[in-house]
Design a protein around this ligand. Structure first.
Ligand code: SF4
Length: 439
């Protein structure tokens, strides 16, 4: 941690967030802590006396993006404004980052609120050092992420997250419910539960299978205005009863299955130190579709893992074509320091990797197009997020679209406030988005 030399206490702050929804929750909690400290949000980064960059360390491209964002904000800030770099990159590469970014007044890892208090605000921290348990700022949209656990107990060969986020630490159901209730009271109609591995929730506290009872507990908030609960990131081996039945039974829980599959070839999955095979994944998806034909599926895959053969890649391509997921992301393998995969032979040349990525993207684009086209004429239930800046028409999402990563539904010939629920008939599909009219 580098020292801050100037004594002024900031009054306005700006938090810039990179990376995943879990980071967004941390930023949200940091914002609440700063507000509780009497600081005000700045209308722009240039107005702020304190600029915080919450970085992502996921893969090289994300790290570069984080550094670029910090440098851009260092340039844009007004004279004397403090720049603090926090988040995963600060945790994982603190000393290197402080050396590489002399523009930063401080580089602080997790527990950022306590560190910020000491370093920037010149006061003793309030005593609450764990971001996971800090209160939340009011949501800026009618939906909000809720992080139910931190860290990960698994040991996937390509992933560095457990090395710096640590083993899984589940929050108590009471603490999650209290946060969920306060978000609903502040206008969140949809709660998106996140963790590295949601279905593993409770294992570390001796309560395996605790996700299903947690969903029941949160479902009761429907009486207070909660319309939808969405789950992001389920490790495929855990997608079975009673979790699946609970997800399909509870009216607030979206039948949206975000399964982190990573590949379809069994030998390659074993080299990744992961469970499953294309056949097993196909069985899980088929069984859910048989019970709920309206279920939506998303997944992410790694392309170009060391030693990925042409045949293994073809297996992935065939799987993606056959299983017809609504949404999928394909990521080039990234060699992460300290992971077993970083030391593996069989690096896939960049041009091969890009060609494989292109092929996967092409197949998935056609799946997504087909899934969206198939909805034309259907009646859907849209939760309105806001309005289109140009037309003023409502824009929202059904259970099939997660915020920020999937498409949206644009409702024509209608007015509806954010948080409203609208029955609409889909009139056309436009790429990942749908156009609909009130039904
Ligand atoms: S499940 Fe695997 S990929 Fe996901 S965070 Fe844990 S170790 Fe990483």
């Amino acid at each position: 941690m580098s020292a801050v030399s100037e004594p002024e206490i900031p009054t306005r702050f700006h938090v810039e967030t990179l990376g995943c929804p879990k980071n967004a929750v941390d930023s949200d909690k940091l914002t609440a802590a700063l507000l509780a400290d009497g600081l005000e949000p700045a209308t722009s980064p240039e107005e702020a006396e304190l600029v915080v960059v919450n970085t992502c360390a996921f893969v090289e491209a994300a790290r570069q993006e984080s550094i670029d964002a910090a440098l851009a904000l260092a340039d844009a800030r007004k004279p004397g404004a403090k720049l603090v770099v926090t988040g995963c990159m600060a945790e994982r590469y603190g000393a290197e980052l402080a050396a590489a970014l002399p523009e930063a007044d401080a580089v602080v890892g997790f527990g950022g609120e306590g560190a910020l208090a000491e370093v920037v605000l010149k006061r003793k921290p309030t005593g609450v050092r764990d971001l996971l348990e800090l209160p939340r700022a009011a949501p800026s949209a009618p939906w909000a992420y809720v992080k139910i656990a931190e860290g990960c107990d698994r040991a996937c060969a390509f992933c560095a997250i457990p090395s710096f986020r640590g083993k899984q630490r589940s929050r108590s159901p009471e603490s999650i419910e209290a946060e969920a209730r306060s978000l609903v009271e502040q206008g969140a109609a949809e709660l998106v539960l996140v963790a590295q591995d949601l279905a593993w929730y409770g294992r570390d506290t001796g309560e395996p299978g605790a996700l299903a009872p947690l969903l029941r507990r949160l479902d009761a908030l429907a009486a207070e205005g909660l319309a939808r609960i969405r789950l992001l990131y389920l490790y495929p081996s855990e997608v079975r009863d009673p979790l699946v039945s609970t997800m399909l039974e509870l009216p607030t829980v979206a039948p949206y299955f975000d399964l982190s599959l990573q590949h379809a070839s069994a030998p390659l999955l074993r080299r990744m130190k992961r469970w499953g095979s294309g056949d097993r994944f196909g069985e899980i998806i088929t069984a859910i579709r048989a019970r709920e034909p309206d279920a939506a599926f998303r997944s992410s895959f790694i392309v170009g893992f060391p030693g990925e053969t042409e045949r293994e890649h073809d297996e992935l391509l065939s799987f993606v074509a056959e299983v017809e997921l609504d949404w999928a992301g394909f990521f080039p393998f990234s060699r992460e320091d300290g992971t077993p995969a970083a030391a593996m032979d069989g690096a896939i040349p960049d041009e091969v990797m890009h060609e494989r990525l292109r092929e996967c993207g092409e197949v998935q684009d056609s799946n997504t197009r087909a899934a969206r086209d198939a909805l034309v004429g259907a009646d859907v239930h849209v939760l309105v997020d806001g309005t289109d800046e140009e037309t003023g028409e409502p824009v929202g999402r059904t259970h099939r679209e997660a915020p920020e990563i999937d498409g949206v539904v644009r409702i024509t010939d209608a007015f509806a406030r954010p948080g409203a629920q609208v029955r609409a008939r889909v009139t056309s599909a436009c790429g990942p988005d749908l156009v609909a009219k009130p039904a």
